[in-house]
Design a protein around this ligand. Structure first.
Ligand code: UDP
Ligand code: MG
Length: 311
């Protein structure tokens, strides 16, 4: 069939109970927009029959297309697969399949795109069912990410966004494997606008991000955009070496003036430990500098991205 103008990408992991109603709502909100579209559901190795539910839905919903992963590869992999396989010529929208990204906003995103915005990024203001722990860890994560990282990432910028074809192609051109999509979207540039929303509670089921997945996500995010941690030890090393030098001078002074009682052996040992420890830390930091450079070469991001002409 002919390529649609819009693709709506839905990563789905064990959402069998809510998908029929949710995809119905998506389609009902998308049809009146007056452009051709597909809903591309990515079944991320679900074990609850999500695959069969999706395959069945394709018989009722002609706009639905389904990709099945061979196992659970994770939310970022599902998003990436969706962007890779989206057939749309105009724009791609990604959204969660659990109802926390309201399909009623689809027309708003599309309108902004029609006005010439490349990336319409939604920003979550409130989440109805977020626990205090989740709020606090989210706040802390974005704080650290923005302090350490070199790409500013807006706090609460969810993976609910519209991207024009040229932005999607730019994102696909980033060859790195650890794909922290929320950061990469900011890295590629292009004209971006924000739309705020309040996230309702899930339609059903429970969050598919357990502690392990959340930690993986946070570590991927921070290491993808920062090599500060690699170089951190240089500072500590310099302080230790400086302390060793000062300490050495004090000992020599005390030795010459014969003041205080110098324990034999202790001072020289302390000096050696401080000094060698400091040198070690500095050496580790220098390695970090090189590893950081190797890392950046291996990520192999393009040096620049061109955008199309603006009429
Ligand atoms: N998801 C996925 N693979 C995973 C975990 C989650 O495709 O391994 C999907 C999930 O089905 C949902 C979206 O990613 O559509 C966000 O997950 P979830 O709602 O569980 O995260 P939360 O909203 O709790 O942060
Ligand atoms: Mg959710």
């Amino acid at each position: 069939r002919e390529s649609p103008q819009l693709s709506i990408v839905l990563p789905c992991y064990n959402e069998a109970d809510i998908l029929p109603a949710f995809i119905e709502t998506v389609v009902l909100n998308a049809r009146p927009m007056g452009l051709s579209f597909e809903v591309l559901a990515v079944n991320d190795g679900s074990s609850d029959g999500t695959g069969a539910v999706l395959d069945n839905l394709t018989q009722r919903i002609p706009e639905l297309r389904v990709l099945h992963f061979s196992r659970n590869f994770g939310h970022m992999a599902a998003l990436t697969a969706g962007l890779d396989h989206a057939a749309a010529t105009g724009a791609v929208i990604t959204m969660d399949s659990d109802g926390q990204h309201p399909p009623e906003m689809l027309p708003t995103l599309v309108e902004r795109w029609k006005e010439g915005v490349d990336i319409v990024q939604t920003v979550r203001r409130e989440t109805s069912d977020a626990t205090l722990g989740k709020r606090a860890s989210s706040f802390l994560f974005y704080y650290i990410l923005n302090r350490l990282g070199d790409t500013p990432v807006v706090s609460g910028a969810a993976d609910f966004r519209l991207m024009s074809r040229q932005a999607v192609d730019a994102l696909k051109n980033l060859p790195e494997k650890a794909r922290f999509v929320r950061g990469l979207v900011f890295w590629i540039g292009f004209k971006m606008e924000y739309v705020e929303f309040n996230a309702p509670a899930r339609l059903g089921g429970h969050s598919k991000y357990n502690l392990r997945k959340m930690l993986r996500f946070a570590i991927d995010g921070i290491t993808s955009f920062s090599t500060v941690l690699l170089r951190l030890s240089v500072g500590g090393g310099l302080i230790a070496v400086a302390a060793a030098v000062v300490y050495g001078l004090i000992i020599v002074f005390l030795y010459i003036t014969q003041e205080g009682n110098l324990e034999t052996g202790w001072s020289s040992l302390m000096l050696a430990v401080l000094f060698m420890g400091g040198l070690n830390l500095i050496a580790v930091g220098i390695l970090g500098e090189y590893i950081g450079r190797i890392y950046s070469e291996v990520k192999n991001r393009p040096l620049y991205i061109l955008r199309g002409n603006t009429q």
